[in-house]
Design a protein around this ligand. Structure first.
Ligand code: CA
Length: 564
């Protein structure tokens, strides 16, 4: 009798376990490289009237739009590492584009596997070490090619050579545009690759719309006859920025931050580009207007390719009856400038790049048509995904699940975070953006451009300065009010919070050389301001004296050589 009772109990428990397991939703995490909120209809931006993302907008309409999702560092590799680890860069160690994320630190995949999921990542990975923690991967090496992309694929023996480049064992090449190849590969895994007895966790990462915006030929006429609207601050940057971004009296304006027009003499989009060409004889104003149109059209054609491919995935999930059993999350790895403040690319802690799109659809628990202004960060994504899978956040993650916010029509609990922390460290590399850190609350953003490289001393320091934006009155950050006495108390309070956060995230120690500069300029008294002016003059002198290796090509164009 006792034995029979025990057997019944065991089978009951097994049933509960099976039901429990069945309750775990699939998770489809979609990330498109550099896809910014301004280019998503659901975010109601200026470009929404062009209807750039109808498929994604429908997903958003049936789910929730997060208005205040932020990345911790607006470049590919660090943001992806924050998402995979649930940790800030200072903890996971990936602060630049060259950081590796080894298998044992690919926490999100390891945890989801532990929770009983069949796991895969397809598309752009950009964390260097292969994603071995997933059951399956098919990822681009580094940035990958837009056309006829090569992939590293788990479990294959073949190897591919393209020209003289040998990709080695485990590589395969597909024909076509990367967005089509990535969606097709993801669908193949959903159809035949995954373990059908388990829920799935798929990270679907499009390479588009990352530069150089090589769209599929079928989009060449898309928006061709349309005049893309321009942001007002493409032309008039008003009071955005400071000595840190423009130099003393604007003396560094032509060297800091890649521009649309010819402002930046080293990098701007009127120069020859793989997707467009503007004659150098075209006058400056007209050249800038033309460059903006060409840039936006290429970018939006890539976005359209992503959106069309989303439809294939949505249709397949519907076909197999899993659409409503799947938590669909959509994001970019950071935002992007589409000409605002005459900037392109990302990196800057301003809204356009710090802000990430984040849209979730799961009709079983998320109310259609919701939105939220709760502040969430990319380190919170992994805990949220794990929460949907029924797991609590592991101790080693700093992020926090916001599943309850998603399911509570966007309403945040009382003890939810009041600020996001930002830290860009790749000082003056690539697009010539000075190193800086920032704190972003719902009302304000305080930035300290400390302007020194964390390692490379051959790169000149840029002038340090603080900036403050009143986001309620100035959401486009056109007016730096740091020096306005009206905001003195706000600055004081935000500095206290910023200091606390830096301590909490372990970035305030002496082991980081930049902390000396940060301390020197923390109070920003008259002496510090004067010192910053000297740094500005010195930087200009060093650039003009041909000492700056990032400017090598610029010097060469002028018939000059880099001086060591
Ligand atoms: Ca990116």
């Amino acid at each position: 009798m006792k034995l029979r009772y025990k057997a019944i109990m065991i089978s009951l428990l097994a049933c509960v376990w099976v039901i429990q397991a069945q309750k775990q939703p699939n998770v489809l995490f979609i990330m498109s490289d550099d896809h910014t909120t301004q280019a998503i209809g659901a975010y109601n931006s200026m470009l929404a009237k062009l209807n750039p993302t109808p498929v994604l907008d429908k997903i958003a309409k049936e789910g929730i739009v997060m208005e205040n999702a932020f990345c911790h560092n607006a470049i590919c590799t660090p943001s992806r590492a924050c998402i995979m680890t649930g940790q800030y860069s200072s903890i996971n160690g990936i602060v630049t584009l060259s950081g590796d994320l080894p298998k044992e630190k690919q926490y999100l995949a390891l945890e989801m596997k532990k929770a009983g999921y069949s796991t895969a990542v397809v598309g752009k990975w950009h964390l260097h070490d292969r994603p071995e923690a997933f059951d399956y991967y098919k990822v681009l090496p580094g940035q990958g090619y837009y056309f006829d992309p090569v992939f590293f694929e788990k479990g294959i023996e073949s190897s591919v050579k393209v020209g003289r480049k040998d990709f080695g064992k485990g590589s395969v090449q597909m024909n076509g545009h990367s967005s089509d190849c990535i969606a097709e590969s993801a669908l193949s895994w959903l159809k035949d690759g995954r373990d059908q007895n388990k829920p799935f966790f798929l990270k679907l990462h499009f390479k588009a719309p990352h530069g150089k915006w090589e769209y599929a030929p079928r989009y060449k006429d898309y928006l061709e006859d349309v005049e893309i609207p321009e942001p007002a601050n493409l032309w008039d940057t008003k009071n955005n920025g400071s000595i840190a971004t423009k130099g003393y009296n604007g003396e560094l304006e032509k060297y800091i931050g890649t521009s649309v027009g010819r402002r930046n003499v080293v990098r701007n989009y009127t120069q020859k580009h793989p997707m467009w060409e503007i004659s150098q004889s075209v006058p400056d104003k007209e050249a800038k207007a033309q460059a903006y149109q060409a840039y936006l059209k290429s970018y939006l054609r890539c976005v359209k390719g992503v959106d069309d491919n989303l439809k294939k995935v949505v249709d397949y999930l519907k076909e197999i009856g899993e659409y409503d059993n799947t938590v669909i999350m959509y994001t970019g790895d950071q935002g992007f400038f589409l000409g605002e403040h005459d900037y392109v690319d990302k990196r800057w802690g301003y809204e356009e790049s710090m802000r990430m799109p984040f849209i979730v659809r799961y009709p079983k628990t998320i109310k259609a048509g919701s939105s939220s202004n709760a502040i969430v960060e990319n380190v919170d994504y992994a805990p949220t995904i794990l929460d949907f899978a029924g797991l609590t956040t592991p101790e080693y993650m700093q992020g926090r699940s916001f599943k309850n916010i998603l399911e509570n029509k966007g309403k945040e609990p009382e003890d939810w975070k009041d600020a996001a922390y930002y830290h860009y460290q790749l000082h003056m590399a690539h697009h010539m953006v000075p190193a800086h850190m920032a704190i972003r609350t719902k009302e304000y953003k305080l930035i300290l451009f400390y302007g020194t490289h964390f390692r490379n001393k051959t790169i000149p320091d840029s002038p340090p300065a603080w900036e403050l934006y009143d986001l309620k009155n100035d959401p486009t950050e056109d007016n730096n009010v740091f020096d306005d006495p009206k905001y003195a108390q706000v600055v004081k309070e935000l500095k206290v919070r910023l200091k606390e956060m830096r301590h909490q995230y372990k970035v305030d120690g002496e082991e980081f050389a930049y902390n000396k500069v940060i301390n020197d300029y923390w109070d920003y008294d008259e002496e510090a301001k004067n010192k910053s002016i000297e740094v500005s003059h010195d930087m200009l002198k060093r650039i003009e004296n041909q000492e700056y290796h990032y400017f090598k090509k610029y010097y060469e164009k002028q018939g000059k050589v880099l001086k060591k």
